[in-house]
Design a protein around this ligand. Structure first.
Ligand code: NAP
Length: 288
């Protein structure tokens, strides 16, 4: 990975943190795009020291703010002429419905709309980087998602898990459409399920009562470690044998069939159009 520039979101915790560790060790030029800069700077220093790789840096990115995503894209394009791997890893799970400053539902905004806008903005630099890859961290939960294009803000009915599952279904549909649109450019787009991983995403309550803490402990005890959870991301992001592979979904480092709702091409295109409208993203002309 010595000649490769990698941009990773959500590196400050869980799977992202271990993905960052693997990429630092592999010698990549690594940009950690994070919302908590204190945590990110500490991680950056730790990784530089442990891996003896000085080519690691931090940039501010809050995916739940369209303004922040646009600012990030401008700053990245102004400072980088190459991007070989974009890893959309950051994600959230919200038990209660919340709205962002843009009036978007927070789970959909963080997990899907933010990455959609980010990726569209970075296409110009991805297409000029040989063998570029987009890696979207999805979840097997996508199979339980339902998308109502007239209610992507989930105003009618909200519940934590269905909202999360729907955001992951959106990622699956989007990844397929991305792969299709990028076919001629050589940039690939794939998604993956990391496994059930014991990370902070399962800390469902900000101040858990004793029985909630116990529930989380019981829930996460059989799960795999963040390091094991990062394996599939690292594989899809770096494996030489995956050069040219696009539109695929990986579980445990292997391609897995994509369930029918995520293969609905009419829905993929319709979701894309609504997402462009809601985020203001514009698809670059050179890969139209
Ligand atoms: N854990 C699992 O079992 C599991 C299963 C399937 C899929 N996944 C997916 O794996 C990915 C990583 O999750 P994880 O389990 O490692 O969770 P995690 O430990 O909670 O890490 C989530 C990361 O996303 C970042 N993040 C959250 N909201 C953000 C925002 N608005 N802007 C920028 N960054 C933001 C967090 O930053 P802070 O440090 O600032 O909070 C953190 O770095 C997610 O996409 C998740 O949906 C996880």
């Amino acid at each position: 990975m010595h000649e490769r520039v990698v941009l990773l979101t959500g590196a400050t915790s869980g799977i992202g943190r271990e993905t960052a560790r693997g990429l630092a060790r592999a010698g990549a030029t690594l940009v950690l795009a994070c919302r908590n800069l204190t945590k990110a700077q500490a991680l950056c220093a730790e990784l530089q020291q442990a891996s003896r790789n000085p080519r690691i840096s931090v940039m501010a990115l809050d995916l739940a703010s369209l303004r922040a995503v646009r600012q990030f894209v401008d700053a990245f394009l102004a400072s980088h002429s190459q991007l070989h791997v974009l890893i959309n890893n950051a994600g959230t799970f919200c038990l209660q419905r919340q709205e962002t400053e843009d009036g978007l539902e927070r789970t959909m905004a963080t997990n899907y709309f933010g990455p959609f806008l980010l990726t569209a903005g970075l296409i110009p630099v991805l297409v000029q980087s040989p063998g570029a890859r987009i890696v979207n961290v999805s979840s097997a939960a996508y199979r339980y998602g339902r998308l109502d294009l007239n209610d992507l803000q989930l105003t009618r009915r909200y519940s934590g898990f269905p909202a999360y599952a729907s955001s992951k279904l959106a990622i699956q549909l989007w990844t397929q459409e991305l792969a299709e649109r990028l076919q001629a450019s050589g940039v690939t787009a794939n998604s993956l399920h990391p496994g059930h991983v014991a990370t902070n995403i399962w800390q469902l309550w900000p101040q858990p009562r004793w029985y909630q803490a116990l529930l989380i402990r019981l829930l996460t005890a059989p799960m795999i470690s963040p390091a094991a959870g990062a394996e599939t991301t690292l594989y899809v992001a770096t494996a030489p044998e995956l050069a040219g592979v696009t539109g695929a979904y990986f579980v445990k480092r292997r391609p897995r069939a994509i369930a029918k709702p995520a293969r609905d091409q009419a829905l993929q295109r319709a979701l894309w159009r609504v997402s462009e409208r809601l985020t203001g993203a514009r698809w670059p002309v050179q890969v139209a």
